[in-house]
Write a protein that binds this ligand. Structure first.
Ligand code: ATP
Ligand code: MG
Length: 221
């Protein structure tokens, strides 16, 4: 079983967006993924209620109950677990980090997000956990290359001894539209650039957790 936590002390950085999407990528017929919402805002519970499909399985729980929920998932043969965390509760974030094999740290390419990421990366380091910063809601790439704010964010992360995921998740309305209909973007618009970017992130997360590349599935690039 592989457990991925999504953490950042900065509100609105993309934790719920990325965790919902990756849980749908991991979900397979007969092998449901588990998405755990530890945020009292319950964004994912809201999304899941809108969802026509029953999977990924969604469980809402407090950080204190996480170890029990994860033990039960393991006993039931769940292969992928994704934990969404609240932005401002260090104790809950630490509990999720303890349970995780990998911590995805979303950040917008903006100065306040980078400052907040330092604290999240320090927590992961103190718990001896690997962290993958993911630049989210970035301006679109141009023919000439990466937007300046994205390159600057990478440099700032390097100054924190961290290497961001080589790709980026661009700011696209398709993500919000997909979530508002209870879907992931690769279900909502399978051939879109948004779906392709998220698919690449899913590959990177698989690789960072030592999982084999994903089998090709319909609707994926
Ligand atoms: N790549 C993106 N493109 C467009 N909109 C995005 C993108 N990522 C996130 N958003 C939007 O930004 C808002 C915040 O995203 P999200 O809820 O995923 O962040 P969060 O880190 O979970 O926030 P919180 O800290 O409040 O839990 C949402 O309205 C979401 O739809
Ligand atoms: Mg959230």
């Amino acid at each position: 079983m592989r457990v991925v936590a999504f953490s950042s002390q900065k509100g609105g950085s993309g934790k719920s967006t990325l965790s919902a999407h990756l849980s749908v990528f991991a979900d397979a017929p007969g092998k449901p993924a588990l998405l755990i919402d530890t945020d009292p805002q319950a964004s994912l519970a809201f999304w899941h209620e809108l969802r026509a499909a029953e999977t990924p399985i969604l469980v809402k729980c407090t950080a204190k109950d996480l170890p029990t929920v994860i033990d039960e998932a393991k006993a039931e043969g769940i292969e992928w677990v994704f934990i969404d965390t609240p932005p401002h509760n260090a104790a809950a974030i630490a509990e999720a980090m303890r349970a995780a094999d990998l911590i995805v740290v979303p950040l917008r390419p903006a100065v306040f997000d980078i400052a907040a990421v330092a604290a999240t990366l320090d927590m992961a380091k103190a718990l001896n956990k690997s962290a993958l910063p993911v630049i989210n809601a970035a301006p679109a790439k141009r023919i000439l290359g990466e937007p300046a704010v994205v390159s600057e964010a990478r440099q700032a992360l390097a100054g924190l001894d961290a290497t961001a995921w080589a790709g980026q998740i661009t700011h696209r309305a398709a993500f919000a539209h997909a979530l508002a209909s209870g879907q992931a973007v690769h279900e909502f618009e399978p051939s879109s650039p948004a779906a392709a970017e998220m698919g690449k992130l899913w590959e990177a997360v698989r690789s960072a957790t030592g999982a084999a590349p994903a089998p090709k599935r319909k609707g994926r690039k």
